[in-house]
Design a binder for this molecule. Sequence first.
Ligand SMILES: [Zn+2]
Length: 340
Amino acid sequence: MPAIDWTGGSGRPGVEHGWLSFPDPVFEGWRWPVIRIRGDAPGPHLCITAGVHINEVSSIRAAQSLPAAIDASGLRGTISILPIVNQPAAYTFAKAVVPIDGKNLHFSFPGAADGSFTERLAHALIHEWFADADMVIDLHGGDFGEEMARYVVCQRNGSARFDDRALDLAQAFGADLVVALKPDQMAARGRCCTALAPMGIPALVSEAGDNGAADDDAVAWHVAGVVNVARRMGMLPGSAHPRPASPVIDTYLWITAPKQGLLETRFAAGDRVRQGQLLARLRDPFGAVLADVLAPVDGYAMFRISLMFVAEGDLVTAIGVPEDPRPQSTTSQQPTTEEV
Ligand SMILES: [Zn+2]
């Protein structure tokens, strides 16, 4: 099991700092900063992670801000925080991936005990770090060239009791949109919430932030969401319902560029879009139109790619389709780049 070398407190009561290490020899020389907020009373264990995508800095700052935002004397239970999960990408340049093997941890869960570095890290997080968690929240949002709608993702496992709990905690976060992935997603590798659902551990991925830049408003959004979920779990005093229920999305369509070109988008992240709406235009270097990208369905633009130069197959956005009793002919598929 993982070991923590506690190096001290932050000067705030109930808050400790240390370094986490995993026993797998592939992690020799690697350790992860860990922050623990321990309440005065026993209660649930809430695990927070950030920095799976190293440039999504608003989410990293939010994870680091939690000890200042949460009064440990009013806390029931423990909040464990790994603010910089992708340690190999820190102090270097990497977009979306763990540079040791070039894989995207975010879509590698549940990983593999005998796999590459990223696969083993995913496996260690799921089976060692999160094993005794009552709830997990993985903070994300807005790598270079990405502008995010403010949403959370949870995974259903098909058990009515679990699914109700997962959706209730997702709604408690206070996001603009809630993506509730269908149980069939669990057959494929995916986000941490997808790997934790079969174990009966509810989890959320929260998304807010833009273009690899720190943004105080996005930081505050992530922090408020974590506090809301902790309230809903009975860990903190106060109400967890800051707003009406968010629209629930159960189908997530990745929209990619049909050819290489200069991308000119015509929407903002979070926009409600209609089937057939012009989302983007691809031009050649002289301005001639190469192709139009139209919305294939009604839904919400979950993010906007803000880069000018895109290759064929690169992401433009994803359309989140609200729950609908009518059968869908399309299913969510992941793009080859799997960046967001
Ligand atoms: Zn991310």
